[in-house]
Design a protein around this ligand. Structure first.
Ligand code: NAP
Length: 405
């Protein structure tokens, strides 16, 4: 694979940590910066919205145990400016906690993004522009844009997480990536307190990747996304050609036939009168597919897909396909071939199999589930066991998608 291999020892690796706060350290509200200058925040000057020793178990969808030494609910970007400059302290930015493995207590400052707000900020001849706060729930934003009559995000319905997290890993599903609907974002640089605007090019989007991951800001919380603006083209086309979504659309009889697939379609009134699916129907089909396969974290804690879909060289994909007939292969523009991580996990014998109190889900082998009371260490052990078996059977390295904290 052209991808750098991830060894089992990298899982659960922890960044260097700063000293935990002293139990009786004095706390008082930070005075607001005057004349636009920011004060460095010291231990004694943390703003009064910062809480201490907060339980995180219910704040991540895998429901693993862990506490944050310092915790702040961020409802307004100005709170971030008040925290800027404190560069010695370890930081981490949390959204909905749906892509996170807690490996224990976190001794730094955890910032939970709760900035709200959704608005249609304008339109032009070609597109509508919608802006949303980083703490908005992603799926609710998708439904809201549809209700506003601004389609374009429907293939991304029911992806767990927040609006602010969406550009970080360039979320995507069923043939659409958020990068294709992205206009710009606002972020605060916590090293300097500056507000930044990043346009499409500055975000350096790639498959499940962006500048936030490339620069490590998703791990060190240096740049915190506060608002995202989406560009939703007015020339809307349903995207229902993708694998299971196509099958679901056929089942619901909402898929528009491709004109070339239907000879003399213009002579067939039943096909001519088929207007194709509405955006809401596409969203409902996506929701139906996802509900069938993916466990609800409220009922069975999980962090969605646990491994990235690997991209390997064409030569390796060819060799694997001759040894393993049925291996799904998706050639990429750069000549590499994308493999389905879920298929590799399933065909390594892990679908529906447990290790301790965690397991790989019976309806979708790519989803690691907490059967109840599991620890981060158990998650790491299962992830390593699956990686080892996939490596031994297929010679392919799987990389975990969630962040280990
Ligand atoms: P799936 O539909 O079973 O697909 C598995 C793999 O096959 C993925 O790599 C997918 O590519 C690829 N694939 C399927 N049909 C394809 C086609 N017609 N052309 C090219 N590639 C095709 O995947 P799943 O695990 O059940 O997840 C459903 C969808 O949600 C997928 O699109 C998946 O990528 C997405 N998802 C995204 C995230 C995220 O954004 N973090 C997390 C979980 C799942 P793609 O990866 O390019 O779709």
């Amino acid at each position: 694979s052209a991808r750098s291999p991830v060894t089992s020892s990298m899982i659960g690796q922890r960044a260097p940590v700063s000293a935990p706060p002293k139990p009786n350290a004095g706390w008082r509200p930070c005075s607001r910066a005057k004349n636009g200058r920011r004060h460095a925040v010291s231990e004694r000057q943390l703003p009064d919205f910062v809480e201490r020793d907060v339980d995180l178990t219910t704040r991540t969808t895998l429901a693993l145990p862990g506490r944050a030494a310092l915790y702040a609910e961020i409802r307004d970007a100005r709170q971030l400016a008040m925290l800027a400059g404190d560069n010695a302290r370890r930081r981490f930015v949390l959204g909905a906690g749906s892509n996170l493995v807690l490996t224990g207590d976190f001794d730094g400052l955890l910032l939970r993004m709760a900035i709200r707000g959704r608005e249609l900020v304008g339109d032009d001849e070609n597109a509508w522009y919608v802006r949303a706060g980083a703490g908005e729930n992603w799926h609710q934003l998708v439904l809201w844009t549809l209700a506003q009559g601004c389609p374009g995000l429907e293939n991304l319905a029911l992806i767990p997480g927040t609006v602010g997290a969406a550009p970080i890993q360039n979320i995507g599903a069923y043939g659409l990536e958020v990068a294709e609907r992205f206009q710009s974002l606002e972020a605060v640089d916590l090293a300097t307190g500056q507000t930044l605007r990043l346009d499409h090019a500055a975000c350096r989007f790639a498959y499940r990747d962006s500048v936030f991951k490339q620069e490590g800001w998703h791990l060190n919380g240096q740049r915190v996304i506060t608002r995202v603006t989406f560009r939703l083209p007015k020339a809307w086309q349903p995207l229902t050609g993708y694998g299971e979504l196509a099958a679901e659309a056929d089942r619901q009889q909402i898929r528009q036939p491709h004109p070339q697939a239907v000879p003399n379609a213009h002579f067939r009134p039943n096909l001519r009168s088929n207007p194709g699916p509405t955006p809401r129907q596409v969203a409902d089909a996506v929701i139906a597919v996802r509900r069938r396969k993916l466990p609800d974290p409220a009922a069975l804690p999980n962090a969605g897909s646990f491994f990235h879909n690997p991209q390997v060289s064409a030569a390796l994909a060819e060799r694997l396909a001759s040894a393993h007939p049925g291996l799904p292969r998706y050639p990429q523009a750069d000549g590499r071939v994308k493999l389905a991580a879920g298929w590799l996990v399933e065909h390594s014998g892990w679908k529906g199999r447990d290790l301790g109190r965690v397991g790989m889900y019976e309806k979708q082998a790519l989803v690691l589930v907490n059967r109840g009371g599991a620890s981060g260490a158990e998650v790491g052990a299962l992830a390593r066991a699956v990686q080892t078996d996939v490596r031994e059977r297929f010679g392919v390295e799987l990389t975990p998608e969630p962040v280990f904290l």
